[in-house]
Design a protein around this ligand. Structure first.
Ligand SMILES: *Cc1c(COP(=O)(O)O)cnc(C)c1O
Length: 476
């Protein structure tokens, strides 16, 4: 047998052919190169936009490696949303409670329960511990309103990472001020040993927790760090902080739908995540919330006189009231048991329908177990191609993300030598290769296992090599 060049395109396509999960790509609309480069809105499926080159180059799919930022659109999203629109159009208000034969969608009154059941396996929770509601940052604020009750003479600090995603940083700052405290005293920022090596060692995190153990109320960390792609040791950090009486919240924006999570088993107190990154529900779509069952019990009864107690205090709305008495309108707030009791408003059904479509694709794939296995292979393959680039090019960037597959998700973050980023991004875009940039010098490349292929990784590295050459002014 002739030796196979493991760095050839043929090898990439053979990996795709042998991939048992390759079928899920067909569940997605992958923009063509022409569509992606077009400057006008074209209706999908009306034909190929002419690139004016007299070839069919424009009809080939683009190379989309930004599922960490905005996932591609599942084909079934349009089908499900149309079914929702038809329900609304033909039933009006009856859509709330009238089940329709032949409809795969629940009544709007039950939509929250059904989507919680579908979402629960994504984060490893009991359905009663999950609510699909609001948006990520809003949910973190709502969780804090319930669980951050600082005592200025006791536990008042919040620990987070020094370079948290801005929204997480702002929400902690403003929560602290909202309670009349100062960020100087109450905000603890964990820094890496040196900013040249931005990964946060677990020991470093545990040391920060230990140092502030008796004065800390709450820990907020990302399951996967958005910039470095680092997957944190969620069970170990959670256990360590909880043993010291600290309430632990995880921001799972980059972890949900990307890696296997077992929030209940890991004893995580609470968590929130968005659904538009790896979960493919569309920009700004409704988000997820987890509250461990031990934190959401309700011991009071609706008949009680309405005085405080019997449940964790929270910022409430009517949708968090138990279903049985929600419509009694007696103005006696009585939360539902579980995460559902943290809901505020009646949820956007068009959003929930979109999440439903996307989670159906996860079900087709057999859940996160098999997807994560594929993801590890895909990202390791990308890494091997990068490492095999000619030495003069390989020297122009550094992989920030861990080389250990258990310490990362799908994404690799690459730190380019200063001054290359703009040209590299321009050159990639010309070839309809999409990655995202974090100024000044980082690109993030995320092969999503639901729709990306080994050949996508190959395409990226090929065009990236050319782009680097252009950027250093040494054209081939
Ligand atoms: C994407 C992301 C957000 C975005 O928050 P929204 O409320 O959905 O706008 C927040 N935090 C992290 C860590 C993220 O990665």
């Amino acid at each position: 047998m002739a030796a196979v060049d493991t760095f050839s395109r043929e090898h990439a396509t053979s990996l795709d052919q042998n991939d048992a999960l390759s079928f899920t790509r067909n569940e997605f609309i992958v923009p063509t190169k022409a569509e992606a480069l077009s400057k006008s809105l074209s209706e999908r499926g009306t034909g190929v936009v002419d690139l004016g080159r007299g070839d069919d180059e424009g009809s080939r799919p683009c190379t989309y490696l930004v599922g960490n930022s905005l996932g591609l659109q599942p084909k079934r999203t349009a089908t499900r949303v149309k079914q929702y629109l038809d329900t609304w159009a033909t039933q009006g208000v009856q859509g709330h409670f009238k089940p329709l034969e032949g409809s795969p969608l629940p009544t709007w009154l039950d939509a929250d329960d059904q989507i919680a059941r579908m979402m629960a396996p994504i984060v490893g929770a009991d359905p009663s511990e999950v609510a699909v509601m609001q948006t990520l940052t809003a949910n973190l604020h709502f969780l804090m309103s319930a669980f951050y009750k600082p005592d200025r003479n006791g536990r008042h600090k919040i620990i987070l990472e020094a370079k948290a995603f801005p929204s997480d940083h702002f929400l902690v700052e403003t929560q602290i001020r909202h309670h009349g405290l100062s960020t100087k005293d109450s905000m603890v920022l964990i820094e890496p040993e040196t900013w040249d090596e931005p990964l946060l060692a677990t020991e470093k995190i545990l040391a920060a927790i230990e140092e502030n153990a008796s004065t800390t109320a709450l820990l907020l960390l990302p399951g996967i760090q958005y910039y470095t792609g680092q997957l944190l040791d969620i069970p170990r950090i959670t256990g360590f902080a909880r043993e010291r009486g600290i309430f632990v919240i995880w921001d799972l924006a980059h972890a949900a739908g990307n890696v296997v999570l077992k929030l209940h088993e890991w004893n995580v107190d609470a968590a929130a995540w968005c659904t538009y990154k790896y979960l493919n529900s569309g920009p700004g779509c409704i988000a997820g919330l987890f509250v461990h069952s031990r934190n959401s019990s309700v011991s009071s009864k609706i008949e009680d006189d309405g005085s405080e107690g019997g449940y964790t205090n929270r910022l409430a709305g009517w949708w968090g009231n138990e279903k049985k008495t929600r419509f009694v309108m007696a103005n006696k707030y009585h939360p539902a048991v579980g995460a559902a009791g943290f809901q505020i408003s009646n949820p956007s059904i068009i959003d929930i329908t979109s999440v439903t479509a996307s989670l159906e694709v996860y079900q087709l794939a057999g859940g996160l177990g098999p997807l994560r296995e594929k993801s590890k292979k895909l990202t390791a393959y990308l890494e091997s191609l990068l490492n095999n680039m000619p030495q003069d090019l390989r020297g122009l960037f550094k992989q920030i993300t861990s080389t250990n597959p258990d310490e990362r998700g799908a994404q690799l973050s690459l730190l380019l030598s200063p001054g290359l980023l703009n040209t590299v991004m321009e050159e990639l875009e010309k070839e309809a290769v999409f990655v995202d940039e974090r100024k000044p010098d980082v690109i993030r490349v995320a092969p999503a296992p639901l729709y990306n292929t080994f050949e996508d990784c190959f395409n990226f590295v090929e065009v990236f090599g050319k782009a680097l050459r252009v950027a250093i002014g040494s054209k081939e």
